[in-house]
Design a protein around this ligand. Structure first.
Ligand code: PGA
Length: 254
């Protein structure tokens, strides 16, 4: 049984007071659920990590970095290491979010180094994959997703895979209001599980959690979660509103 996992990616939003209030509000409304019947994580901007960790300290909600750098320390201006994320109380790190791939220009090779550095640094990476609209129209979804999974997980042993969550986020659905249909998402999730079965084995493939992301909201969370291979949601916009995100956590908990 894969435990549902709902995560909020705050992106470049909130401020010090608003972030702490958002975190506290969600933690209070999901007591007894978050971390029990459903894993919950927030990915706030780096500068607010410590205040958000403090805000949820009496809950079982996990906190993570929206990005991570693969080197341990040194002259890497502007970057944040796994040890630094751990030091401020993080449990997770997002690796290869589509905005990092397509706005910042990260490669599969760089993302792979981030996945490996997260695991060796004691963090749980969430590896994000997903196709552009042109790629879907050209029927290249499977090809793109397979490349991102194989390259992103290069040198990740079966043992290390215990730390990994995959997030399937079709780029055309992110922040656009165009959610993939539950069937479209389920189809790719099954495909991803098939790749994992080939790379590792069937048992491992069945144990890895695969989240869906892309305009997931309080209205569609339950139907997305009802799909057999959708184990959770990676949520952008709707994770910034207490009521919406709480409803999504509750929808996943049943
Ligand atoms: P969205 O973002 O829910 O606002 O579409 C999802 C994500 O980028 O993780």
């Amino acid at each position: 049984m894969r435990k549902p996992f709902i995560a909020g990616n705050w992106k470049m939003n909130t401020d010090a007071l608003g972030g702490a209030a958002l975190a506290k509000g969600i933690a209070a409304a999901t007591k007894g659920i978050a971390g029990e019947s459903v894993d919950v994580a927030f990915f706030p901007p780096f500068v607010y990590l410590q205040s958000v960790v403090a805000a949820v300290s009496s809950s079982l909600i996990g906190i993570g970095g929206q990005d991570i750098y693969f080197e341990q320390k040194g002259a890497f201006t502007g970057e944040i290491s796994a040890a630094m994320l751990k030091d401020v109380g993080c449990a997770y790190a997002l690796c290869g979010h589509s905005e990092r791939r397509h706005v910042i220009g990260e490669s599969d090779e760089l993302i792979n180094k981030k996945v490996l550095a997260s695991i060796s640094g004691g963090l749980l990476p969430v590896l994000c994959v997903g196709e552009l609209i042109e790629e879907r129209k050209a029927e290249k979804t499977n090809e793109v997703v397979e490349r991102q999974i194989r390259k992103g997980l290069k040198d990740v042993s079966a043992e290390k895979m215990e730390a990994v969550t995959i997030a399937y986020e079709p780029v055309w659905a992110i922040g656009t209001g165009l959610t993939a249909t539950p069937e479209q998402a389920q189809e790719v999730h099954v495909f991803i599980r098939g790749i994992l079965a080939k790379m590792y084995d069937k048992n491992l493939a069945n144990s890895v959690r695969i989240q869906y992301g892309g305009s997931a909201n309080a209205g569609n969370a339950a139907v997305l979660m009802s799909q057999k291979d959708i184990d959770g949601l990676l949520v952008g916009g709707a994770s910034l509103k207490v009521d919406d995100f709480v409803a999504m956590i509750k929808a996943a908990a049943v």
